[in-house]
Ligand binder design. Structure first.
Ligand SMILES: [Zn+2]
Length: 145
């Protein structure tokens, strides 16, 4: 299906169907069809649409004392900070890890700072990082760690 590029552009910028229809002199239905074809989430009034999963992640975190970041969004049943962007699910910790390290984490991502549930990119660790730290501690303290 052919999607008008001006409609697509305004959709990606986070405008509502009605705003786009008015601005481009088309009808809301055509905009809604284009939105569905592009798999863009429905516009929520008062909230600017996130342009990337990183963007959405940022909107749902809140800095707290000590450089930690608290997750203000949804959590799964086991308490894992979680969000969806364009129908894909992400855990906040893994997203933070990728933002910091530029690679996918191995094993569980957990905060290494001691602040429960912290998702600060500089504070999250994956399994290999924890293993390395444990080995270093063992080297310093003679395996007592
Ligand atoms: Zn932290």
């Amino acid at each position: 299906m052919q999607i008008r590029s001006d409609i697509a552009e305004m959709l990606r910028a986070g405008h509502s169907d009605r705003e786009i229809a008015r601005a481009l002199h088309t009808d809301g239905k055509a905009v809604a069809v284009a939105r569905a074809a592009l798999e863009l989430p429905r516009h929520r009034p008062g909230k600017k649409a996130a342009s990337s999963p990183q963007d959405l992640w940022r909107q749902r975190t809140r800095p707290i004392d000590g450089g930690h970041l608290e997750w203000t969004g949804y959590r799964t049943n086991d308490g894992t900070p979680f969000f969806r962007w364009l129908k894909r699910g992400y855990t906040a910790g893994r997203m933070a890890f990728v933002m910091q390290h530029g690679r996918a984490p191995v094993g569980r991502v957990q905060p290494g700072c001691g602040y429960p549930g912290c998702v600060a990119p500089a504070h999250v660790e994956d399994q290999p990082m924890r293993d390395r730290l444990k080995k270093q501690m063992a080297g310093i303290f003679g395996g007592a760690a």
